[in-house]
Design a protein. Structure first.
Length: 462
């Protein structure tokens, strides 16, 4: 199924073996190509499955902390420009250009400290990538914090981690202690003269705290409820100071990009969808897994190559949620050809999200599956916004009735209209996350919903 994954963009090609740029870069002509089949030499996360030592010695053998001082000494502007050139987009779900986001931090301090906050809450159902980084490759995250923090003028990073992530928090704290002991972070981080501290903050498992301002509120000891914006965190964030909140994977890949060069990273994936990505594949597949692959890999190739295919074969596929529970489900016909990147999935009215691929075969009750998502969002709503507080409850109630078919067909249109009254009318994106799965169900599986209603009415009349 997979075809050649050679670079076909006009670019400077780095050495995959050494991880450094070639002295005499080679220009490669532009051509169309297939995506996927990432080589082991191009993988950023080389201990994703915990086969090697997660500690400092093992991390350094894999290339972490190599000449970090040289990277930092190139300056803030160089780091940010390199990240912009790489085309890296946020890996937490929104997909905002990372270099641009980092550049929003004030260039000159007004006396307030700057903070970097790492969102390690990972509460999106189906998502299990950041925990693998923290458990098996924590030094990549810590080094990334130093590089990103320096680029933003931050002297401290707070890693907000789910309270349930016991092993992840343990390994991460061990790695932080090792980095302090080795002088890699602290008062003279990696010999750069830059003071940089890293702290772990344990959350309590609330999904809403994955939203950046709710996360900030939680760190400050308040209820995890999103703030109105503006002001944005880059101006008024943690403790009222300039703050950037970003995802674990986004920060963890930064040092490798800076070592190997932005052209290397930009050479993967389609335009505006650059790089490699951690994909989580779960549900009705023969080999559920987390795997690093090239952006823009076809969804079917991803499942067949790395997850052993759909249980019962591809023809037994019913639908796939391509990016975590908050994005609309896609039917088999679209899954045949869609690519796993931001733009391709947006074109089919879904989204890459966290790249958590949830596969459902024909043994799945699709209505019941989406109803379970609705129940989750009704439970996790913070209750601050009326459209979300009331709307998620109504979605849950109606979906529960549709599971058994106890509804009128006119209510399908009412349900869809309700979802659009929630979407875009709340402070944060939880309302959108609750609405989109329902919209996907109605868009692609309306006949199934109508059949369920007919069957219920037939039984009732009998």
């Amino acid at each position: 199924m997979l075809r050649s994954a050679g670079r076909c963009l006009q670019q400077l090609v780095p050495s995959a073996r050494t991880g450094t740029r070639l002295e005499n870069p080679v220009a490669v002509s532009s051509c169309s190509r297939a995506y996927g089949g990432l080589k082991d030499s191009d993988r950023i996360f080389t201990n994703l499955y915990g086969e090697h030592d997660f500690g400092l010695a093992g991390a350094q053998k894999r290339g972490d902390w190599y000449r970090t001082k040289d990277i930092v000494n190139k300056g803030r502007d160089w780091i940010i420009n390199e990240m912009k050139a790489s085309g890296l987009r946020g890996r937490g779900g929104a997909g905002f250009p990372s270099g641009l986001k980092w550049s929003f931090m004030p260039k000159v301090s007004d006396g307030r400290p700057h903070y970097l906050v790492i969102n390690a809450d990972e509460g999106e159902p189906g998502t299990c990538k950041d925990r693998e980084i923290m458990r098996h490759d924590p030094h990549k995250l810590i080094e990334g914090c130093l590089v990103a923090g320096y680029a933003m003028g931050a002297n401290a990073a707070y890693i907000y981690i789910r309270g349930e992530f016991y092993n992840e928090a343990r390994n991460l704290q061990i790695a932080i202690d090792q980095a302090y002991a080795a002088g890699l972070i602290g008062p003279n981080a990696s010999g750069t003269g830059w003071k940089f501290d890293v702290y772990i903050h344990r959350g309590a498992g609330a999904y809403i705290c994955g939203e950046e301002t709710a996360l900030i509120e939680s760190i400050e000891g308040k209820q995890g409820k999103p703030r109105l914006k503006p002001p944005f965190p880059a101006n008024v964030g943690l403790f009222g100071c300039p703050t950037t909140v970003t995802n674990v994977e986004t920060v963890a890949v930064a040092p490798t990009i800076l070592r190997r060069g932005p052209a290397w990273f930009a050479g993967f994936g389609r335009k505006n969808n650059a790089g490699t990505k951690l994909f989580n594949i779960s549900g009705h597949v023969n080999n559920p897994c987390t795997v690093e692959e090239e952006m823009s890999i076809p969804l079917r190739d991803l499942i067949d190559k790395h997850a052993g295919g759909v249980i019962g074969g591809w023809d037994n596929l019913l639908g796939i949620v391509p990016g975590g529970s908050s994005v609309p489900v896609l039917p088999k016909a679209i899954c045949e050809t869609v690519l796993m990147d931001f733009d391709s999935l947006r074109e089919v009215k879904s989204g890459l999200g966290t790249a958590a691929v949830i596969v459902m075969n024909k043994q799945t009750d699709m209505i019941k599956a989406i109803a379970r998502f609705s129940k989750f969002y009704a439970h996790e709503s913070c209750g601050q916004c009326t459209p979300c507080r009331e709307g998620t409850t109504w979605l849950n109630d109606i979906m529960d009735r549709l599971v058994v078919g106890n509804a009128k067909k006119e209510e399908i249109d009412m349900l869809e209209e309700l979802s659009y009254q929630i979407e875009g009318h709340t402070i944060c994106a939880l309302g959108d996350a609750a609405a989109w799965p329902v919209q996907g169900l109605i868009r692609h599986f309306r006949p199934t919903v109508e059949q369920r209603i007919d069957e219920y009415n037939a039984r009732a009349s009998a």
